[in-house]
Design a protein around this ligand. Structure first.
Ligand SMILES: [Cu+2]
Length: 175
């Protein structure tokens, strides 16, 4: 009886994994196709043909994982930096990989929530948010796992010409 139950459980897990892989594969295909018009390497591009317009992350309690664009600095990386150009439009899509509750949030330097997706605890489901990038955006995280699911936002070189903003006291408000 025990063996039978184990067999059933393993079948059920296997089915779930296949379903997730199918969903991820479908996402990848969609994202890849959208990028073909603008890029030789299949990276999704903005209208100016310069930068990715869409990022796809996988959500697990241990880490966010980069799924698209499929470039070395992002794909398969743990908590990869999101590169933005201020003023450009972006979409962040994430897929739940482990069935725990996750929610993507973009924060400013002070830890204030600027953009966020809906949450989901359903494995294989996706959530997304569209926004215009601003230089206030400093990092991203999961609302429920801010210690493990967190990464940086990076801007291009002109960002460094902006005068440094004074940091108010008590800036460690990442709770
Ligand atoms: Cu999470």
């Amino acid at each position: 009886m025990t063996e039978n139950m184990q067999a059933q459980e393993s079948i059920s897990i296997d089915t779930t994994r296949r379903r997730v892989l199918r969903t991820v594969g479908g996402l990848g295909a969609t994202v890849g196709f959208a990028g073909l018009a603008g890029a030789q390497d299949g990276t999704p591009q903005n209208q100016d043909g310069q930068r990715p317009a869409r990022y796809v992350l996988g959500g697990r309690t241990e880490t966010w994982v980069g799924l698209s664009p499929v470039v070395g600095a992002f794909y398969g990386q743990s908590n990869p930096p999101l590169r933005f150009q201020p003023g450009d439009q972006y979409e962040v899509v994430w897929i739940n990989l482990d069935g725990n509750n996750h929610e993507f949030q973009l924060l400013d330097e002070a830890g204030e929530d600027l953009e966020e997706t809906e949450s989901t605890a359903n494995i294989g489901e996706t959530r997304s948010v569209r926004f215009q990038a601003t230089q206030e955006m400093a990092r991203y995280r999961c609302e429920y796992h801010p210690q493990t699911m967190l990464g940086e936002v990076q801007f291009d070189s002109e960002y460094t010409t902006a005068p440094p903003t004074p940091t108010p006291s008590g800036n460690e408000s990442n709770r």
